[in-house]
Design a protein around this ligand. Sequence first.
Ligand code: UTP
Length: 227
Amino acid sequence: MDKVVVSLGGSVIVPDDDDDIFLKRFAEMVWSLCDRYQLYLVCGGGRIARYYIKVGRALGLQESDLDELGIMTTRINATLVARVLREKGIDKVPTDILEAHRMERKGKVVVMGGTVPGHTTDAVSAMLAKEVKAVRIVNGTSVDAVYTADPRKDPKAERLPRLTHQQLYELVNVGLHGAGPSNVFDRLGAQIARDNHIDIYIVDGRDLADMRAAIEGRPIKGTVVSD
Ligand code: UTP
């Protein structure tokens, strides 16, 4: 059975936009796929993480403490997603990659958040994909594809349907790298996927038709990153 790691941004799970309705529909999609694919869901922290990190930073906490706050919010989101999946979701949220791999069970979905300070859940997804030998990573995010610039800020931003791993790496290897930054994919994650030749399908996480297509490796509206 093919294994697929889904990196689910916090901005997809709890953006405060009919989240309960979305999560029920998301669970139905996962239920319909988890007998054909071994799925791993890695949940981000989104705006709740960013809020705690902002307050902690204003209080002068060190970066590793801010990261710990971020990790805890990812685990809250993972707990929520695991419970929504009911009998198909494994209740215990693993705290590291090897534990997640050990918990793999046919027909059940492993749901986790962050692991240790210093990266985001995109990097966790890439590490997990490498560990379990996943056929692809699906990144469900708040934009519908990779663009040349942030489409919410720059009207001239162009959509990129395909990218090489190296192109993605160069695109995300810019800017500041402290706790809480939000990019289309994390730099370390892009590096791990590149070095291990793992395709990344980047889609709007709230577009369940595109999420399903990405999990199944069919053509998507989003961006496919490959060698
Ligand atoms: P996220 O993975 O949610 O980062 O982790 P993000 O880029 O804000 O992603 P979206 O918006 O959900 O898609 C939130 C923060 O938690 C810490 C980092 O500070 C990260 O920015 N974190 C997370 C870690 O330090 N280690 C982890 O394994 C995961």
